[in-house]
Ligand binder design. Structure first.
Ligand code: FAD
Length: 491
């Protein structure tokens, strides 16, 4: 039989579940990736021609193509490679399946609402032509209904989920799929469907600052980052909260696009955790959060449709109107007058990445200091994060807005100044992104409006001219937020 492997958010050949099954089940296998106009056209229509993700994917496909060629060559087959198409994903895959005469298409699960609808449509269209769509778990360790409570319900709180996750884990779940073993099924591409990665510009996109940022793409880039992280994973629990320190792994974009296998990193982290390495335990915990939010999206799909996890919170009355829009613009552009918030927003704007601690700080600030709808922030992150992942992003935003799965009540409100003092004590991170404040002394940098006039003057900072005065007063905003949420409860 002949099969077609359809790559999506799993841009690697190593330990790829669907590719393994395709190669094992079929005598001849071709591989395709489609630049889906269903995803790309809306971006272009909104003027987002410079998108780091599109560039990341584009570069990673060149890497996948090389991996396929190498696998082919190792079996003496020339002409193996990645077929890349640009168009509506379902029709492109169906047309290619017909052209190649395959009986089956293989792909990995994706539980994002758009992807689910696309796959349902693909299943139907392919079935019409007598082609079966086989899909597999690849992106997470446990998915959908695999980890349930004792009453067979999906978990909605992290701690018991984590416990059940760890209890359910066996070596089998962390085992790599030995793709190489069956690589001789990779077929040379016919002249009518040659392996080819089109230039980025032909897709309507332009280059971003990905290279200047030294973001390495593909499995090769992922491996380099992973090896670097392994040299400091043991300190992760102590360093992870300080944005000025190289503490976290920076692997999120690779886990998002599957240039790195989640099983391979979880296996190593789990092994170190079993040996009592506290940093590895803390890091494994984050991977479990990742699975947690993926199962939330799969089991409670309303969260992916702009709804609060807890429906009561859909009735919150967020600030609206011109003033709200002006506050939102100040947040987006990093000019709220709260240095840590502003530095964080400049980080996302300049690099497409934001440190986890700062994601929590700016999300809390948007919802609880500015009183703005969490969905505005969620969308802004969705447009700007290179590692944007609907499940994790939505989970993070609903957590910050207290509308989601969080054991903590809504009156957990971050104080943006004390967060700054605690997690960026010398203002190193702030100085990196707000050079206009660089000369302020450590004790003044977290809340410049409280600094002595002499300190401001010595640092050459005039508030309102060089750096904004705070757009809100935290204590007043906090009181308003408590009312907003309490009113809802009473209502
Ligand atoms: P590390 O600290 O090295 O963590 C390792 C991996 O664990 C990450 O790469 C990621 O895959 C996973 N992970 C870590 N924390 C979380 C978490 N809280 N939830 C789910 N997975 C997690 N993560 C995304 O991947 N995409 C997003 O769009 C996203 N949006 C977020 C929005 C908000 C408001 C918040 C509070 C968090 C968000 N996160 C998101 C989670 C987290 O901030 C990032 O995964 C992390 O900062 C990425 O950096 P890292 O790879 O260096 O992380």
């Amino acid at each position: 039989d002949a099969g077609l492997m359809w790559f999506r958010r799993d841009l690697r050949t190593e330990d790829n579940a669907a590719l393994y099954h395709a190669l094992k089940q079929c005598r001849r296998v071709w591989c395709v990736f489609v630049f889906d106009t269903g995803i790309l056209t809306p971006l272009l229509q909104r003027g987002l021609r410079a998108d780091r993700r599109v560039e990341f994917i584009h570069e990673s496909l060149i890497d996948v193509d090389e991996q396929l060629r190498a696998l082919g060559r190792s079996n003496g087959t020339e002409g193996v490679g990645l077929i890349v198409r640009h168009g509506a994903a379902v029709s492109e895959v169906a047309a290619l399946a017909a052209q190649l005469g395959v009986q089956a298409v293989f792909a990995n699960h994706d539980d994002d609402p758009y992807a689910k609808a696309r796959d349902a449509q693909a299943r139907g269209t392919l079935a019409h032509a007598g082609v079966v769509l086989h899909t597999f778990k690849d992106h997470v360790i446990f998915e959908r209904h695999e980890v349930l409570s004792s009453s067979r319900q999906p978990f909605t709180v992290f701690t018991p989920y984590k416990k059940a996750w760890l209890n359910a884990l066996t070596d089998f779940h962390l085992k790599a799929y030995p793709v190489e073993r069956y690589a001789d099924a990779l077929a040379p591409c016919p002249a009518t469907a040659p392996p080819w990665v089109p230039p980025l510009e032909s897709l309507g996109f332009v280059r971003t600052n990905l290279r200047e940022l030294k973001i390495r793409t593909g499995s090769r880039g992922a491996r380099a980052l992973w090896e670097d992280f392994l040299t400091r994973i043991e300190h992760y629990h102590q360093t992870r909260d300080f944005p000025a320190i190289k503490g976290p792994s920076y692997l999120s974009v690779h886990l998002r696009f599957g240039t790195l296998s989640i099983r391979s990193v979880a296996a190593t982290a789990y092994g170190l955790h079993r040996r009592g390495i506290a940093g590895a335990t803390a890091w494994l915990n984050e991977l479990i959060w990742r699975d947690f939010y993926h199962q939330i999206l799969a089991n409670f799909p309303h969260v992916g449709e702009g709804k609060a996890f807890k429906p009561t919170f859909d009735a919150i009355r967020w600030e609206r109107g011109a003033h709200a829009k002006a506050l939102f613009a100040a947040w987006c552009e990093g000019r709220t007058g709260y240095p840590l918030v502003d530095a964080a927003m400049r980080q996302i704007n300049q690099t497409g990445y934001m440190h986890n601690r700062l994601r929590m700080v700016v999300a809390s600030f948007l919802t609880k200091d500015l009183g703005l709808d969490w969905r505005w922030g969620e969308q802004y992150f969705a447009d700007h994060l290179i590692d944007f992942d609907l499940a994790a992003n939505n989970g993070g935003w609903q957590w910050a807005a207290s509308t989601g799965c969080d054991a903590q009540p809504y009156f957990r409100i971050f104080n943006p100044v004390s967060q700054s003092q605690k997690f960026d004590p010398q203002g190193k991170f702030i100085r990196r992104y707000l050079p206009e404040l660089a000369r302020l002394p450590d004790d003044a940098i977290h809340a410049p409006w409280q600094a002595a006039p002499a300190a401001l003057q010595a640092a050459g900072v005039e508030l309102g001219r060089d750096y904004p005065l705070p757009v809100v007063d935290h204590a007043q905003a906090r009181a308003r937020t408590l009312q907003r949420y309490a009113g809802l409860k009473a209502g």
